[in-house]
Design a protein. Structure first.
Length: 134
């Protein structure tokens, strides 16, 4: 996906999450499709763009619950070092990490995610941990 198209799809994804506007659904679904089908490097670029465009904690929660969890669940062992580096450099990205749940992550990747989460105060509004996500 070209950079301009990626920016547009991410913008549509976040706006669709905010509004549930059906007119944005096809573009928003392109982001979700990437979560399941794109190579990890492309997913990573999409996650970074989504964090960049996120306006608030609600948006960060949508990034955490979708693209970021998908990337870590499918490619966590290969890309957790990207996530750790970015969380150390970007407080906004680190804030998104607190909304990530284990999903299908291997235990060793999840342990590293939890370490990142422990360094960030607070929780995202819609992603508070509960008994399903120890």
């Amino acid at each position: 996906m070209e950079p301009a198209e990626l920016r547009e799809c991410v913008a549509a994804y976040l706006e669709h999450c905010r509004t549930n506007d059906e007119r944005l659904e096809a573009r928003a679904m392109a982001v979700l499709d990437m979560t399941f089908t794109a190579p990890p490097e492309d997913q990573w670029r999409m996650v970074l763009e989504a964090v960049r465009q996120a306006r608030d904690d609600e948006d960060l929660g949508h990034v955490a619950a979708g693209p970021l969890e998908g990337l870590l669940g499918r490619h966590g062992k290969a890309c957790i070092h990207w996530v750790e580096r970015e969380a150390a450099l970007d407080p906004k990205f680190a804030r998104a990490m607190i909304g990530v749940w284990k999903y299908t992550m291997p235990d060793d990747v999840w342990d590293r995610v939890r370490s990142l989460q422990d360094g960030v105060p607070g929780r995202l509004p819609s992603r508070e941990r509960d008994k399903r996500n120890p």
